[in-house]
Ligand binder design. Structure first.
Ligand SMILES: [Zn+2]
Length: 102
């Protein structure tokens, strides 16, 4: 993983690395994540389009667990790009039928 920030603007301006990932991703602050999770902390998801599993860093996984609709898109290591999450999105938590971001 690259860098993390709690500033959404900084993440939006982040350059894209040669592997397709952003240089910097936004996460909820430690204080906000310490308020408690509304979903299990899951580290891996499946891209339904290609079937590949991608594993996240813990801060991003905890941000999803604290606020499941925080992100609009996420990264696939095989496709090397960001694609939509949510009820109509392209990702499922690994080992489940639950959509990422819903
Ligand atoms: Zn993919």
């Amino acid at each position: 993983m690259g860098g993390l920030t709690t500033d959404p603007e900084e993440a939006r301006r982040s350059p894209i690395r040669p592997d397709g990932q952003q240089e910097t991703y936004v996460v909820l602050s430690d204080e906000e994540r310490a308020q408690g999770f509304v979903r299990p902390v899951r580290r891996s998801y499946v891209h339904e389009v290609c079937g590949t599993v991608t594993t996240m860093g813990i801060a991003i996984a905890e941000t999803y667990a604290r606020d499941p609709s925080f992100y609009g898109a996420t990264f696939c290591v095989a496709c090397r790009g960001h694609f939509p999450v949510g009820p109509q999105g392209q990702f499922t938590w690994s080992g489940t039928t639950e959509k990422v971001g819903s």
